[in-house]
Design a protein around this ligand. Structure first.
Ligand SMILES: *Cc1c(COP(=O)(O)O)cnc(C)c1O
Length: 367
């Protein structure tokens, strides 16, 4: 009777026969990495994402790292990103040898605050990595204007934002390229790790394809100092079966998010939805009593998760970069709680979540 945060078993069973057939066909083909399924996925995924090219890679972290490398980012450079995100947004920057520099987020949208960027720019700044957090695009027009003024490259972290748009513009297309993750809990999921880079730039696409495979142009001839970031055929085959369902799954997420907004008690603040292109990877609400609310939901069997408990600027792993304090991100880390939201969440389950949140709020008002 509990409400799990995600339901991966239901996701598998929703098109089990197709997934099983794709797995068996791949095993029979004995092509295991960067084969015909990966090439076909790239052709299929690019138009869904609204880009000319897609390149399959082995996870979302490398989907960020490789376009940064392809754009020439390296040691001595600084790259601006946000502290309120998954660790990979910043790890991908330091993989290149560059220094991640954190700017605080906007208190309403929880994405990169364009007004904070200029103060963080130095002569070494080469790029910005905005994150389309929770499935909602950052303010792309404003970010683009700042980046253009200072000749900065933009590589977008779209790992939570498959099919998201802002004012009709697809995420991942305003700069060098966009990074997607196909980790099992993402909006489009593999049976393990997977990722893709999208770009409208043929040279970047070619360079990323080379870099992901040891920098090789022809067998054993290595033009770049690349890495192993190959995507498996099995993952590509599964992703190709699921991709046509992604628009439907996205519409389910949007409908459930709208239902949460309509039903949750007024005291509970959901994050402002700035654009209808939001794809609701997560549904966080804001509460000054977040930890108590989470405990209350747990006693009702409802799984709610914290994204994220610590700002990256306060992570020991990044202390050596001497990051600036980011008070808005720190506040978000103490107040936000993600409620269950996925395409197979039933209205009954959602009603239980809403009732549990409401009973917590009533209890608090009386106390
Ligand atoms: C999932 C995620 C990533 C990285 O993806 P992996 O596939 O786990 O490497 C990067 N950024 C954000 C915001 C993510 O949510």
């Amino acid at each position: 009777m509990g409400v799990p945060f995600v339901d991966l078993k239901a996701q598998y069973h929703s098109i089990k026969a197709e997934i099983d057939a794709a797995l068996i066909a791949t095993m029979e083909s004995c092509a295991f990495t960067l084969g015909p399924e990966v090439a076909a996925l790239e052709k299929d995924f690019a138009p869904y994402a609204g880009a000319t090219y897609a390149a399959g890679v082995n996870n979302g972290t490398n989907a960020l790292y490789l376009p940064l490398l392809a754009a020439g980012i390296g040691p001595g450079d600084e790259v601006i990103t946000v502290p309120f995100t998954f660790i990979a947004s910043a790890s991908a920057i330091h993989y290149t040898g560059a220094t991640p520099v954190f700017v605080d987020i906007d208190p309403v949208t929880f994405t990169m605050d364009p007004a904070q960027i200029e103060a963080a720019i130095t002569p070494r700044t080469k790029a910005i990595v905005p994150v389309h957090l929770y499935g909602q695009a950052a303010d792309m027009a404003a970010l683009r204007a700042v980046a253009d003024r200072h000749h900065l490259a933009i590589v977008e972290d779209c790992c939570q934002a498959h099919l998201a748009t802002e004012r009709g513009v697809p995420v991942g297309t305003i700069g060098v390229g966009g990074a997607f993750s196909f980790y099992p809990t993402k909006n489009l999921a593999a049976l393990g790790d997977g990722g893709a880079v999208i770009t409208n730039d043929a040279a970047i696409a070619e360079r990323v394809r080379r870099l992901r495979n040891g920098g090789q142009t022809e067998r054993y001839r290595h033009v770049d100092d690349g890495v192993n970031s190959r995507l498996d055929e099995i993952q590509a085959a599964v992703l190709r079966e699921r991709l046509p369902l992604l628009p439907y799954w996205t519409s389910m997420r949007r409908a459930l998010a709208a239902r949460y907004r309509a039903m949750l008690p007024a005291a509970v603040r959901a994050i402002a939805e700035r654009d209808r292109g939001h794809v609701h990877h997560l549904f966080p609400i804001r509460s000054p009593r977040r930890d108590a609310l989470r405990d209350h939901l747990a006693t009702e069997g409802i799984d709610a998760l914290i994204h994220y408990p610590y700002p990256l600027s306060a992570q020991p792993a990044f202390a050596r970069f001497h990051p600036a304090e980011c008070p808005v991100a720190a506040c978000a880390c103490s107040e936000l709680l993600s409620l269950p939201l996925h395409p197979r969440l039933t209205e009954r389950q959602q009603d239980r979540v809403v009732a549990a949140v409401a009973s917590f709020e009533r209890g608090h008002v009386q106390a």
